[in-house]
Design a protein around this ligand. Structure first.
Ligand code: NG1
Ligand code: MG
Length: 511
């Protein structure tokens, strides 16, 4: 399901009628502001959305398939290449944001062949530079190392809340990389190329990220969820929601607990990536004696999926049966429920502490006394299984004619999401009390399934709700959660969104 990123001439090709009016006003404002800042018109606008993950949490970097969908909030970037650099051997970037108070304007002269990013600085333009660097690497591979990038005037507007679990970063990096490719004359930007560029680029900003967000941001299609697989290579296909009775919708609710991966990475996100890689190494050493853990595209070069395919390469069992087997084996093979010290990890993986440090703990700082290998691996294998179960339910053809009541079916989908939340809370320890509370409130008010979405430790939650209970769920959340916090009017307004699956990346040509 690859192909070029669509180049469109009307906003109706990007948004549905629900949001067209509002988006039209926003795009006009962007283009007018561009004209007033730079004294000339923009040549094109690139766009990439945020996403909500329906199911498949914290398994993308272990290279198991996930099921996210694109949403309406997005990053739009207006661009003109109508300027010259005054300094020999450099090109110029003028980077402005519609929200200039939070994101001050920057002017950069960048020497050909180098884009320096200081990931220790929390600086908004890093995300643009990350996309720039990735896009230029791709262009250099294509046109040779002497490739001279165009100077760019840029004005950006983002509506995906930062640190809110809806993947503002992937939207930013994908839209940024896309804008650089178009500015440098690329006509048809391949979706898969763009996604891969965005995945690698985002790692330059200091996060060991998987590939779900960038895939969802680039590939999503209106009206469908996206089944994204990472092994043996990246692929994505749309999965339509069957008709149900009562009709199902997704309610997305913020917790307003902010978890910033750049800051908490060493004890949260990046540590989980490390724990999963360590678990893969230990399982492989114990169960695949004599064979190396194969190198793959996991952020640290190996993954639980890599161990899985190494161990079960000749298995005739179905994927769900294989995962079930691995769940049983994990409990007996990684039996230390109290976790593993670094020495114990090394011993389980049949290697030295120095080797473990060099392979898994040198690219980003992590802090941990005990590494919870059993719990993390169990979460990954059970969650990978839940994604397949969810997909099987969605694609169950016998369901599609339904005019009869489908409450039981709806509940099965919800139960899987609830099981994900339990596993995130207990095995992966990536929930937080506020998200747990939101899930309880929503379920009591009629949601079939409620869980955190995105990295967790705060951020966002997603709820599968019968359409006729959407108002009741919203009301309960406002009364029992939001009204108890001191929220600004704007936050209150953005707290809950009823989300429709929306298109991914696109370019609007203006000339
Ligand atoms: P968020 O926190 O929403 O950006 C992160 C990762 C995903 C995935 C989820 C957990 C990045 C850019 N994104 O999402 O790849 O691992 O957590 O499922 O790091
Ligand atoms: Mg992110």
């Amino acid at each position: 399901m690859s192909g070029p990123v669509p180049q469109v001439t009307a906003l109706g090709d990007i948004y549905t009628e629900h949001s067209l009016l509002e988006q039209g006003a926003r795009w006009n404002k962007l283009l007018e502001k561009f004209q007033s800042i730079y004294g000339g018109p923009a040549q094109f606008v690139s766009r990439s959305p945020g996403r909500v993950n329906i199911i498949g949490e914290h398994i993308d970097y272990s290279l198991y398939s996930v099921l996210p969908m694109g949403i309406t909030p997005d990053v739009i970037i207006a661009v003109s290449t109508n300027l010259e650099s005054s300094k020999e051997g450099t090109y110029k970037l003028k980077l402005a944001n519609v929200d200039e108070e939070r994101f001050p304007t920057r002017e950069l002269d960048i020497a050909y062949g180098e884009v320096n990013i200081d990931a220790t600085q929390h600086e908004w333009t890093n995300y643009f530079k990350a996309g720039l660097r990735g896009a230029l690497q791709l262009l250099e591979r294509k046109y040779g190392a002497g490739f001279k990038p165009k100077s760019m005037q840029v004005l950006l507007d983002g509506t995906v809340p930062a640190g809110g679990g809806l993947s503002s970063s992937a939207a930013f990096v994908s839209a940024g990389a896309l804008s650089v490719m178009i500015a440098n004359g690329e006509k048809d930007v391949d979706k898969k190329d763009l996604t891969e560029v965005a995945i690698v680029s985002e790692r330059a900003v200091g996060v060991n990220s998987g590939g779900m967000d960038q895939s969802a941001s680039v590939f999503s299609e209106r009206g469908s969820a996206l089944f994204v697989s990472f092994a043996p290579t990246l692929s994505a296909r749309p999965v339509f929601f069957p008709k149900t009775n009562p009709e199902l919708i997704f309610v997305v609710a913020q917790s307003f607990v902010t978890s910033n991966k750049q800051v908490t990475g060493p004890i949260h996100y990046n540590l989980r990536v490390v724990e999963c890689s360590m678990a893969a190494a230990a399982l492989n050493a114990k169960l695949c004696q004599g064979t190396e853990l194969p190198k793959d595209s996991g952020p640290l070069g190996v993954s639980l999926h890599g161990f899985h395919t190494n161990y079960l390469k000749d298995s005739k069992k179905s994927m769900p049966e294989q995962l079930t087997e691995l769940i049983v084996l994990t409990k007996s093979t990684l039996a230390q429920e109290e976790g593993y010290t670094l020495e114990e990890v090394a011993s389980a993986a049949g290697t030295s502490v120095d080797d473990i440090k060099a392979r898994f703990m040198s690219s980003f700082p992590v802090r941990g006394e005990r590494f919870m290998l059993q719990q993390r691996a169990l979460h990954v294998f059970t969650e990978a299984l839940r994604v397949l179960d969810f997909l099987t339910l969605l694609e169950d053809k016998s369901r599609h004619s339904a005019s009869e009541d489908t409450t039981d079916y709806n509940k099965k989908l919800g139960d899987l999401m609830n099981a994900t939340q339990d596993s995130c809370r207990d095995l992966y320890e990536c929930s937080c009390p506020e998200i747990d509370e939101i899930c309880t409130i929503a379920r009591e008010a009629g949601a079939y399934g409620s869980r955190l979405t995105g990295a967790g430790w705060g951020g966002c939650s997603v709820h599968l709700v019968p359409a006729d209970k959407a108002d009741a769920v919203k009301k309960a959340l406002v009364e029992k959660y939001y009204s108890k916090r001191k929220l600004s009017e704007a936050d209150m307004e953005a707290a809950i969104v009823v989300s429709r699956p929306m298109n991914g990346s696109a370019v609007l040509k203006l000339e």
